[in-house]
Design a protein around this ligand. Sequence first.
Ligand code: HEC
Ligand code: HEC
Ligand code: HEC
Length: 186
Amino acid sequence: MFYVLPVLIFIGFIFFTATENPPSEIGSDPKYVGVNSCVGACHKTESQGSQLSIWESSKHANAFKVLQTDEANKIAEGKGFTTPAAETPECLKCHTTGKTVDASAFEETFDITQGVQCESCHGAGSEYKKLSIMKDKQKSIDNGLQVHSEGEAFCTGCHNSESPTFKGFNYAEMWDKIKHPKPASE
Ligand code: HEC
Ligand code: HEC
Ligand code: HEC
């Protein structure tokens, strides 16, 4: 019995330090900056992994534009919405970046028509995009970069039966279509 209390305190301490995020280290709330700012001179070269062209040729880059089609408007109408699909928040939330956050979270370079873009998956980039920070993965994470070791669970946040056109989701197959790793050596 004597041992129980210190153990509980220790667990509580771990939990507290693990969940406490030091906001003081982040200068200001990260803002969405758009694909061009993410790519800069970096994420487009072959030696870095050609993230730009892989994304551009994926359907994610088209996810907003697809809402501007007659097909999308019909789907929205069928669901009982009275606004065009591209203006319906219930559609935008999976088809664009940051629809659920305040307008102040966007820098001028942000472009809604880029659909599901780098920051939809990696988090708002204003604080981690600097080369000096990007070079260091841990520093980037401290400044808002999101990495997704959980893969599938992250994708199914959008790829689920709430999507009116849901066709199922095979993670391995789908990841293969959009994967864009940094090559092991440069
Ligand atoms: C649909 C979600 C999604 C989009 C869109 C996306 N990524 Fe990723 N990205 C991932 C996932 C998942 C991984 C693998 C796990 C991780 O490192 O986060 C990854 C990995 C990476 C890596 C490799 C990290 C490493 O250490 O190997 C880089 C670099 C990267 N993404 C940059 C980009 C850039 C730049 C864009 C936009 C042009 C982009 N990503 C768009 C989900 C996405
Ligand atoms: C923010 C929401 C969102 C997230 C997160 C997301 N997706 Fe998507 N994904 C979409 C939307 C919307 C489309 C459809 C775009 C279109 O058809 O124009 C799509 C389409 C795709 C397609 C094209 C499907 C086809 O028929 O060729 C693939 C592949 C894909 N996603 C893979 C992934 C993977 C893998 C992840 C996780 C790493 C992921 N997605 C995370 C929203 C998302
Ligand atoms: C829960 C996330 C989510 C919501 C909400 C959502 N979509 Fe999608 N949408 C997707 C994904 C993921 C895809 C890729 C196909 C799929 O569902 O597997 C997609 C694909 C599409 C496509 C491309 C056609 C196709 O068959 O691939 C259209 C058009 C579309 N959605 C319209 C809409 C409209 C209109 C709304 C609002 C009424 C909406 N979506 C709401 C996630 C979503």
